[in-house]
Ligand binder design. Structure first.
Ligand code: SAM
Length: 245
């Protein structure tokens, strides 16, 4: 009904994603709060807590699809402002909002904002202690390529962590969540961002993403070991973790 079903090639899919985030960039943070009822903050905090980065200035992390910087800010804060992070995103509009927020938070020294594609990272091999991606991988047309790239840029001993919407595993919550996603979210998008279509598209992309076990298997196929996951809020979201050993 909103065009996505007719999109076939991966070039077109990426184009569609780029257009959506270009349009929503300025309102992205507000919309995130409204649509998740603020839950995305708790989920991001849970990912950073599980990562538990050391307080070392040499600690280098890469936050892919980093958008407006939320996850990167949290990681830097968790290292008592010692670590250095690269925030990579394919969308310059999202990065611009992130870079401005970093300066306001006085985190400009700790972060580098880089435009790039998760499927083809413009970054060296064996370079980062951690690779994080939050609510980003489901937008990438070739997930397998993104996972291979994550593996390549991590140092041996480095950690992969992904936060993404997943499959709800509680029967009642399932119904409530369906109503929320298919009715409320596009409606909020329409009222607040005057953009129903983009938000309907985001909901659709969540439904197409592999469930917890299947995504864990894909992470293993890319070479990661000790792959594990934790559900958040009954499986509305999940955190996956893997190690390059
Ligand atoms: N990580 C941020 C957060 O959790 O608030 C932003 C998530 S936002 C839902 C998804 C982001 O993925 C957008 O900023 C979008 O531009 C980015 N993105 C989409 N496709 C990408 C790709 N192929 N490579 C890198 N970033 C991509």
């Amino acid at each position: 009904a909103y065009g996505y079903a007719t999109v076939s090639g991966r070039g077109e899919k990426q184009e569609r994603v780029n257009e959506v985030f270009h349009r929503v960039a300025e309102r992205y943070d507000l919309m995130n709060d409204l649509m998740s009822g603020g839950l995305h903050r708790a989920w991001k905090a849970a990912m950073v807590a599980w990562l538990s980065p050391p307080h070392r200035p040499e600690y280098r992390f890469l936050d892919v699809a980093g958008g407006t910087g939320d996850v990167a800010f949290r990681i830097v804060e968790a290292t008592r402002r010692r670590a250095h992070g690269t925030v990579l995103d394919i969308n310059a509009s999202m990065l611009a909002v992130g870079a401005e927020r970093a300066i306001k938070k006085k985190l400009g020294e700790n972060l580098t904002f880089t435009e790039g594609n998760a499927e083809e990272l413009p970054l060296p091999d064996n370079h980062f202690d951690a690779y994080t991606i939050a609510f980003g991988i489901r937008n990438v047309p070739r997930i397998g390529e993104a996972l291979k790239e994550a593996y390549r840029v991590l140092k041996p001993g480095g950690r992969f962590m992904c936060l993404e919407f997943s499959e709800v595993d509680l029967p009642v919550l399932d119904k409530v969540y369906d109503a929320w996603s298919f009715q409320a979210i596009p409606r909020i998008g329409e009222i607040v961002a005057r953009d129903r279509e983009s938000y309907a598209y985001l909901v659709e992309s969540i439904r197409r993403f592999p469930n917890q076990a299947n995504f864990a298997a894909a992470i293993g196929e890319a070479g990661f070991e000790r792959v594990d996951y934790r559900n958040l809020s009954g499986g509305i979201a999940a955190i996956h973790s893997g190690w390059k050993l």
